[in-house]
Design a protein around this ligand. Structure first.
Ligand code: CP
Length: 331
């Protein structure tokens, strides 16, 4: 995993991408966002390709978004319904992945509870590309890319400038505040790497129990008092408590978590007028984010979802070897 661009590579971690490699994805996504705005949002770019989704954990956004992206590129889509598949008869991840490739998959998109599962799959497949759609606490790279795409779009719109061609400029000096259950969050790990690589500064805000043990190696600030840092933030990225990973045991109660780390109306009023609020979803309204804050104009939650399709079209295009120089033909 040495490429610094996504061209013809697997997407396993943000770490594999240089700043230029990330910007290449963002710029390609601008072209595919234009496709998504057409009355018939479909291009023949990946006609004849088969995209397979293997989701061993629940998903609404990521799975539907990748499948919509593949269909907009005219690829065929095969989805493994794990709960009614031969996984339930004891078939291994290796045999499942190799079966999907034998069926003709050109890309295998995998979400798995175990960190590193997508990387293991790359070693078992002959030719198919692998995309990590979330592996345990490790990474969720496509989420970080769509989050950065959405923030770049909003920053450029506020300045009245086109996002296309803006490169990493909108991230220079940007203050990103990531709040909540960082310890159990694969989104946080990918976002930190993505924002830092693009030139932003990142602060993590969480109780000590919800900060990762190795966070000092991440190149970020760490604070525990949310009220102290809200006024400096350009972007507030909220994370839900990952109760499916046991995070309920790391806070005294939901009420106390909300009192100290929830973006309540009172706290939202402390933000700069230009500050943006992001959330990867699913949101738990009333816990990490007040319902009114989630629905406010500066909350980008649904914009993140909409942009996810264009960003994932770009990812599919690039991992299958589509050249950035040929985007005009591809779209
Ligand atoms: N953000 C995210 O990964 O959402 P889903 O779990 O619904 O895919």
């Amino acid at each position: 995993m040495t490429a610094d661009t996504l061209l013809g590579a697997d997407l396993l971690s943000i770490d594999q991408l240089s700043r230029a490699g990330i910007v290449e994805v963002l710029e390609a996504a601008e072209a595919f966002a234009e496709v998504s705005r057409r009355s018939v949002p479909r291009v023949p770019t990946l006609r004849g390709k088969l995209v397979a989704t293997l989701f061993f954990e629940e998903s609404t956004r990521t799975r539907m978004s990748f499948e919509t992206a593949a269909k907009r590129l005219s690829a065929d889509v095969a989805s493994l319904a794990v709960a009614s598949s031969s996984v339930k008869k004891g078939e291994s991840l290796r045999d499942t992945a190799q079966t999907v490739e034998a069926l003709g998959a050109d890309v295998v998109i995998i979400r798995h509870a175990h960190a590193g599962a997508p990387e293991r799959v790359t070693g078992w497949l002959e030719d198919a590309r692998v995309i990590n759609a979330g592996d345990g606490w490790h990474e969720h790279p496509s989420q970080a890319l769509l989050d950065c795409f959405t923030v770049r779009e909003a920053r450029c719109a506020a300045l009245g400038e086109p996002a296309e061609g803006s490169g990493a400029g909108p991230f220079e000096g940007l203050e990103v505040l990531i709040v909540g259950d960082v310890r159990h969050s694969r989104v946080a790990r990918s976002e930190v790497r993505c924002y830092l690589t693009l030139g932003a500064r990142v602060t993590l805000c969480a109780p000590g129990t919800l900060l990762p043990r190795d966070a000092e190696e991440w190149g970020v600030e760490m604070v525990s008092d949310l009220d102290d840092v809200l006024a400096d933030a350009d972007v507030v990225s909220l994370l839900r408590l990952q109760t499916e990973r046991g995070s309920g045991a790391f806070v005294p109660s939901l009420e106390e978590f909300t009192a100290n780390y929830g973006l309540t109306e009172r706290r939202a009023a402390m933000l700069k007028p230009s500050a943006l609020v992001t959330h990867p979803g699913p949101m738990v309204r009333g816990v990490e984010i007040a319902s009114t804050v989630a629905d406010a104009a500066n909350a980008l939650v649904l914009r993140q979802v909409a942009n996810g399709v264009a960003v994932r079209m770009a990812i599919l295009y690039l991992v299958l070897g589509g050249e950035p120089e040929r985007l005009a033909e591809a779209t």
